[in-house]
Ligand binder design. Sequence first.
Ligand SMILES: CC(C)(COP(=O)(O)OP(=O)(O)OC[C@H]1O[C@@H](n2cnc3c(N)ncnc32)[C@H](O)[C@@H]1OP(=O)(O)O)[C@@H](O)C(=O)NCCC(=O)NCCS
Length: 168
Amino acid sequence: MTNEVPISYSRSFQTHLILPPDTNHHNSIFGGKVLAYIDEIAAITSMKHAKSEVVTASFDSVDFISPAYVGNILELEAMVTSTGRSSMEVYVRVMARNLKTGELRLTTESFVTMVAVDESGRPVQVPKVYPETERERQLFETGSTRRELRQAKRLNTKERRRLLENLE
Ligand SMILES: CC(C)(COP(=O)(O)OP(=O)(O)OC[C@H]1O[C@@H](n2cnc3c(N)ncnc32)[C@H](O)[C@@H]1OP(=O)(O)O)[C@@H](O)C(=O)NCCC(=O)NCCS
């Protein structure tokens, strides 16, 4: 597969009303709930791009920047910002909207690696992406640095796993 697809093709949006069962005793949303939303939109976005099934390979980074409260609307945006052979880096931005004041705040940012797989769970090739806007270009052009860091972390993790394998 050699075709290239614009980032905008698979860009996805989701909104959720934050309800009391989603929140802790500070009335702010549980981090785990936000992670589940991020995982879901990253999967949708990468499936749109790859036109195949995907699995989550890693949450490369998650930054909880400010809390989002019960009654706020969570607005998620996700896009595939760079690709390898079968892996896709997905950037997810989560904003919290206060419906009464109209204030919109950045609450969480994350980079997730999703891998396209076939029916047997084997990695399959995905099309490349290309940026069209300045924001997309910024995310796209910094993707190779994040990929290098990811690969270094993966090697390091493999080595740690190997060392711990025989220890109680
Ligand atoms: C992700 C998975 C398919 C990778 O399989 P694998 O046999 O390690 O395959 P490879 O080593 O060929 O890696 C395939 C791609 O995934 C990337 N990858 C694998 N593990 C990764 C990790 N932990 N972080 C980031 N990227 C990773 C590789 O860099 C490679 O990318 P590329 O094709 O763009 O170069 C496999 O580990 C898996 O199925 N994991 C479980 C997924 C899962 O259950 N997720 C949660 C529920 S969906």
